[in-house]
Design a protein around this ligand. Sequence first.
Ligand code: NAD
Ligand code: LMR
Length: 329
Amino acid sequence: MVKASVLGASGGIGQPLSLLLATSPLVDELSLYDVVNTPGVGADLSHINGTAKITAYLPENGAGLEKALTGCDIVVIPAGIPRKPGMTRDDLFKINAGIVRDLVTGVAKFCPKAFVLVISNPVNSTVPIAAEILKQHNVFDATRLFGVTSLDVVRASTFVADVVGGDRTKYRVPVVGGHSGETIVPLLSQITPSVDIPADKLDALVNRIQFGGDEVVKAKDGTGSATLSMAYAGFRFAQALLKAAKGETGIVEPTYVYLPGVEGGKEIQEIVGGLEFFAVPVELGPSGAVKATNPLPSATDYEKKLLNTAYEGLKGNISKGVEFIAAQN
Ligand code: NAD
Ligand code: LMR
């Protein structure tokens, strides 16, 4: 029996993500949690003749979060405010840092062994916040905590196909680093199946992958950021993890992880200037992150320059998250 929970289930991402999880044969129970509207979202989803049982909770002074999380195997967190035009993801820190802190405190108390998938931005900082909270409760296991960077991978496949043609569903692009602007580094020299990106198209393609989120924020014109493509990407990652947990082998997905706690991570940490968190393609298995793969030594000189810029940005983002929790003690 697999129990999944979506925290922030009534939101722009939360609703379509909950729909995808509710109709997945890999999920037996889906609990929805939000500060608003979960009774309606839950009633709506419960009419689907899928296999998952749907439960829905509001805060109820803390009791709702406890009920939503108790017995959970996988918790997906898209709770928090999205960007408006002119904002960076870091501008969301002020509000979303506290939301992620409080929700992950619930995870630590009520389902400490669950896989935790953090979508709330700024991911570069909210994942370190989640790790610090889990550490404080002595339940931190780096193999179970994931920053969801799948949307960068999904976008990269689409945008590569836009440039070179071919089947966009077939391209696998390792996207490493973090999840904001120049911390997003697509390793286009390592796309499979391999393709040659024309030199005069390279800068623009990299820029589009790094700033793809801005395209959606601009087009939505003040009403939010990517929700549907994010629900697709978030579900893709959750599904990969659930399949791996069931014993399917050979599943590798890029995700933002705590390097020192994942096999193969320390070697990467040395290359990335000691950063503790970094997105790399990770092999998934029954216990979560089984092994971090290291695509960095094969990076081209062009990609190494991008990587150096990313390290700088990530350093500040990671410290900001860690210091936010330290300041509260
Ligand atoms: P939204 O405003 O539509 O939905 C957010 C939901 O969170 C709302 O329903 C709100 O009520 C709920 N919420 C707020 N505080 C809460 C709390 N304490 N507990 C539970 N629920 C709470 O926003 P959205 O478009 O769904 O985006 C959500 C977050 O995901 C944003 O921070 C956004 O930047 C981020 N995001 C990340 C990625 C990524 O690739 N990782 C992609 C897109 C969006
Ligand atoms: C994205 O990449 O679409 C998300 O991180 C949302 C955003 O703020 O751009």
